[in-house]
Design a protein. Sequence first.
Length: 183
Amino acid sequence: MTALIQNLGIIIGTGALWFFMDYLNREHLSIFKISDFIYLVYLPAGYRLVTVITFGWLGALGIGLAYAIRIYFFRNLPLIDVAVLATLYALAPLVAIKAWEKIFNITPNLANISVLNLFWLSCFSAIFNASFRIIFFAYANMSFGLLELSQLVTGNLMGTFLMLYLLKILTRIYFTLNSKQSL
């Protein structure tokens, strides 16, 4: 029973924090808004990846549910389209992390990862998210051009890299301060 409550807490907590990241992006980074749903810097993409690194499929489930709620109420899509898009949105970081781990033979540890590997992880995440989005647009018979695709990849790449690099710096500071206190 405790594990169930803990898992629900992770799902609800990661979803709630995703709403907060989405709000921050919409309200405070609106200067980077290109169209209704595309930003040149999209911080929720980075948060989504960090959540999946930290909590695995539970994080992906929380992110998927939060995204489903957001698009259901703000995009006026049919429920089946909401479910498909939210599933793809949640699966993209899982697939990106697994592909990145396999290709580079490393596991995500933000304290000891190089900036180059952060960049590659951000690229994988942005590319998989854009690819999954294209799958949805093909499924829904919606048009999606190369310009929108490049903007989506750029926004996801910038948001993810910024978030991962900031967390790398904060993690390094934390471990540095922690090691000095134990001496």
